[in-house]
Design a protein around this ligand. Structure first.
Ligand code: ADP
Ligand code: MG
Length: 252
């Protein structure tokens, strides 16, 4: 007879502070991106993959990395489906903490960006000035200790913000700025930005994740009977090792 797959009480919430299983190559790519940006090789990377693959968790890793190691400023925004038609909503969220630096920008860029962010009456006007203003503001914000910009659920970012962010991300040059975008879906709307696909976990990492969901060490499955091992393997296969699918499959 099989022992219960979940040893954790159903009312216990899933932990919000997590250890990432696997993902060594993805974390190393992110670490490289941030490290390079901190020495003046600004760059951008687009993470793309299905829901639940761990894109947001990887952005959290980048934020931890920037905060702990480099002391860089972290700016974050998340695309929201209901704000997809609201021009500049995502830029407003991302740049809100650094609007005090707008005064450092060349006047035409400052006026365009200030209008987009609702700080100046009138329309932002020229899209080029607006996008150039975003790049200039990111550069200003990076001046003291570097900057890491994280935009999650980029597929839902309003078009005006997305265009300006992509423009800036393609021109980081020698700025101490890393831009990391996470997009749901198999085909990333990269438009000239480097991409990294976040696929399913490998078998070993998926097994570790599943064991942690079940409140066990991976070694604990060693003594199980063949039927139970087969059920566990099937569970990992069906869920792709994706944490929330594992949790749901366990009835949590
Ligand atoms: N490699 C991993 N190790 C442990 N937990 C993970 C891993 N990848 C994702 N998770 C967890 O799975 C859930 C879904 O991940 P999330 O980052 O929100 O996916 P996405 O943003 O791609 O939709 C979160 O609870 C996350 O912490
Ligand atoms: Mg996500």
């Amino acid at each position: 007879m099989l022992t219960p797959l979940c040893d954790i009480p159903a009312d216990q919430p899933i932990q919000s502070v997590i250890v990432l299983y696997g993902r060594a190559s993805e974390m190393s790519a992110i670490e490289g991106l941030v490290a390079q940006a901190m020495i003046g090789n600004g760059a951008a990377l687009v993470l793309h993959g299905d829901a639940g693959m761990g894109k947001s968790a990887l952005l959290d890793h980048a934020a931890d990395l920037a905060g702990a190691g480099s002391g860089a400023l972290v700016l974050r925004a998340t695309g929201v489906e209901s704000e997809g038609d609201l021009a500049f909503a995502a830029l407003h969220q991302l740049l809100h903490p650094v609007t005090s630096l707008l005064g450092e920008l060349p006047e035409p860029q400052r006026d365009a960006l200030s209008a987009a962010l609702g700080l100046l009456a009138g329309s932002p006007g020229d899209r080029f000035l607006l996008a150039a203003g975003v790049l200039s503001l990111l550069a200003e914000a990076a001046a003291p200790g570097g900057l890491v910009c994280l935009v999650d659920d980029f597929q839902w970012v309003d078009r005006a913000s997305a265009d300006a962010l992509r423009f800036a991300a393609r021109r980081l040059g020698t700025e101490r700025v890393a831009v990391l975008l996470a997009v749901r879906g198999d085909a990333a709307p990269a438009k000239g930005l480097p991409e990294l696909r976040v696929g399913a976990l490998d078998d070993a990492a998926a097994a570790e994740l599943l064991a942690s969901e079940l409140g066990q060490t991976p070694e604990a499955s060693a003594g199980r009977d063949a039927g139970e091992v087969a059920v566990r393997r099937e569970l990992v296969r069906l869920t792709g090792g994706i944490r929330w699918r594992c949790a749901r499959a366990c009835g949590r």
